[in-house]
Design a protein around this ligand. Sequence first.
Ligand code: FAD
Ligand code: PYC
Length: 416
Amino acid sequence: MTHFSGWSLLKQGWNKQQGWTRQWRAATPRRHYDVIIIGGGGHGLATAHYLARNHGIKNVAVIEKGWIGGGNSGRNTAIIRSNYYYRPSIDFYARSHQLYETLSRDLNYNIMFSPRGLVQIVHSRHELETMRRWVNAMALGGVATEWLSVDDIQRLVPLIDCDPGARFPIHGGYFHRTGGIARHDAVVWAYARSASAAGVDIIENCEVTGIAVEGGRATGIATTRGPISCDRISIAVAGRTSELVRMAGLELPIESFALQAFVSEPIKPVLDVVAVSGALQAYVSQSDKGELVIGSRMDGYPSYAQRGSPAVIEDSVAALLALFPSFSRLKMLRQWAGIVDVTPDRSPIVGTTPIDGITVSAGWGTGGFKAIPAGGECMASTIATGRAHPLIESFAAERFRTGALVDESAASGVAH
Ligand code: FAD
Ligand code: PYC
């Protein structure tokens, strides 16, 4: 694996960029693996990386039906934050946030992590009261946040309309100073490169069509490139979770929805924080290329149609323009959607299943990009030890039977 450094850049520049090697091997499926991970998104690849690095388990394949990062991990708006309400979520997302801080160095790959700060905007006195409880819960969990007056918001986000006569007047908010963004593709590629270098086979263009279970134990998978046997299977397929777990005879309380985002033409720097309005269900940040990256709420009905409904974009644009009237002169460049996997309490389902040897990493819904490092780390530990990692114990599917929900619907960005 090429070590990236100033020196390697200089050397390749001198050699007219002809000496770079492939970032990961194009592997062909073997007949048997110790562990098969279904889904080449951030979660599947991070799991493979930590299996190899932390547990020495390297006879591993990541099976991806398309190209790695072609799912939600390459379609998200890349927000990283740990401003959740309940302690299990705070602890889990804080760990993920911590791993993001050093990920570029750990993986020797620039993921362009930019903790520029996240401004959460509030539009009513009632919302302010709820927000106060949220901020207090975070303070108890050790997540630093600062209250913002309307003047503070105007100072942090100069283009936002803070006029008290605005259609949706701003009442204040809070600042999650360590929140930010990263380059989503780079996160996928960095984990893939590291896992592949450790010996993991990354098999693209290979769809899983069946899961074999014998005597209550996972024994292998059927794929469009033939059957492969294995000792353990980990499923990390986001919006396709219901389909995949059904192949093993399991049911999970997950619904799939389209979630949309869009970007403007690139402009000079105008916004150096992530601005989020939960009430208006819109958020925006500015990418390093200069595009405004704008996101919406989920579509209102479950669907596998990966385009999203125009009504949602219309609402989001209207909300965005109410907040930033000067953006009305911008052209939008492109729009896309991803199919997200949503649980009733908007927290993930991650851990073991009733079938011996099958684990699942799902239900990340609209917020699993920020969870990739800790999700991979905890899932690798769960696969290696056969026991749920302490940070994910509260996220077992069992909670929907016992009633011990972790209801994060109010803290899951704007998207729910
Ligand atoms: P994915 O990246 O979707 O990977 C799953 C993979 O499984 C896919 O590549 C798919 O092709 C593959 N697969 C499916 N079926 C099969 C099969 N049968 N055989 C083989 N492979 C299969 N999260 C945040 O934290 N911050 C955000 O700002 C944010 N914004 C978002 C904006 C949008 C528009 C969307 C759609 C999502 C957003 N998210 C955000 C959510 C985040 O992107 C996801 O939760 C996360 O990427 C899920 O990662 P994953 O690895 O589980 O799934
Ligand atoms: O989880 O922060 C998030 C998020 C914002 C938009 C979509 N997801």
